[in-house]
Design a protein around this ligand. Structure first.
Ligand code: ZN
Length: 346
């Protein structure tokens, strides 16, 4: 028995490490391999790199092509009529596009179609799946288009965004092992502070409030409130500036435990697994002055509500690549937006 486990273990290690060499040695696989763009900022120049059929191409872009400075957005919004929330896309770009299209958030050309609505991406676009970069660029574009029509796209950072930005690359898809190798960079360097998407990500929030709902990837625990308090924009700023801090340095105080531990905003799973009493949830909501909390991070088959509509879970297992939903909030009514675009009232 032990031997067979050992063989499986060794062969798994072997197959993982040989993915790269197989891909690199087999020209037919590499000749179909494409990825990008990745846009780097170097000496005030914008350099776009793409991989096309296994070949890296590089060109200098007009300096005005992309913003290079991204100002953090507000943490609170009032009087928003339409809200949609989608979470834990994990590189399943095609499925996410299908959900957004069928629910009228984007049109057939993948352009913003949600008017003055606010779309909240509740974290974890990164890791597991194969189309991270496509998703990031789509969200980047939609954010600009949303603003132009009076809407907003909010990309909240989840634990997997923070993992990649802190060089924890355990969940990166094989496709990006190849891309990194071809581009001669570590995967996290494709989203460094010297890239457009990397800078854009570093301006993002972790927690926001729209009307009477708070949106955050993991959740708000009592332990977090007792240590950190409840100021949303301060918290967002603390999380943003922590991206450039090393894990080792953060771990030298209890900072890491508070902001990156099991009870932190990005890792907490208590609403789903800790058997909290209704009174515990009500207390948290009172402390954060909100009526609802919308979270991702814990996967369910569909968008779910817990604790008498106080908590909504919007990680609908998109990571599996077969089905997913989003949450709509209109006039304080909650609906599941299904994959085929039906709106089912809670
Ligand atoms: Zn997560």
């Amino acid at each position: 028995m032990k031997n067979s486990y050992l063989i499986i273990f060794i062969s798994t290690i072997f197959s993982l490490s040989s993915v790269m060499s197989q891909e690199m040695e087999d020209p037919s696989i590499l000749s179909n391999f494409s990825d990008g763009p990745y846009v780097f900022i170097s000496n005030n120049r914008l350099i776009e790199k793409k991989i096309l059929n296994g070949e890296v191409t590089s060109r200098v872009l007009e300096p005005t092509r992309y913003d290079t400075i991204f100002t953090p957005q507000k943490s609170r919004y009032e009087n928003v009529e339409n809200i949609a929330a989608l979470s834990d896309i994990h590189g399943q770009y095609d499925l996410a596009v299908e959900i957004l299209k069928n629910n009228g958030i984007i049109d057939r050309n993948l352009d913003w179609n949600f008017g003055k609505g606010h779309l909240v991406i509740v974290g974890d676009v990164f890791d597991r799946g194969p189309k991270i970069n496509e998703m990031l660029w789509l969200l980047y574009k939609l954010e600009i288009q949303a603003k132009e029509t009076g809407g907003r796209l909010h990309f909240l950072l989840g634990n997997h965004e923070y993992m990649v930005l802190h060089k924890d690359l355990r969940y990166v898809h094989d496709r990006y092992t190849i891309s990194s190798k071809l581009l001669g960079l570590e995967y996290d360097e494709l989203y460094s502070n010297q890239t457009i998407i990397g800078r854009w990500l570093r301006s993002k929030s972790t927690i926001i409030k729209i009307n009477n709902s708070i949106f955050v990837h993991g959740g708000i625990s009592e332990e977090f409130i007792s240590k950190n308090g409840i100021d949303l924009s301060d918290t967002n700023q603390i999380m943003r500036s922590s991206i450039q801090r090393s894990k080792q340095e953060m771990k030298s105080t209890d900072f890491y435990k508070t902001y990156y531990g099991k009870k932190s905003l990005i890792w907490y799973r208590g609403y789903f697994y800790d058997n909290l009493a209704d009174a515990d949830i009500s207390k948290i909501l009172t402390q954060v002055n909100s009526e609802h909390i919308v979270v991702g991070h814990c996967s369910n088959e569909k968008v779910v509500q817990l604790y008498d509509y106080k908590i909504f879970g919007v990680d609908s297992s998109i990571k599996k690549g077969t089905y997913g939903e989003l949450l709509f909030i209109k006039n304080n009514q909650f609906y599941r937006g299904t994959l085929d675009g039906k709106q089912v009232k809670f």
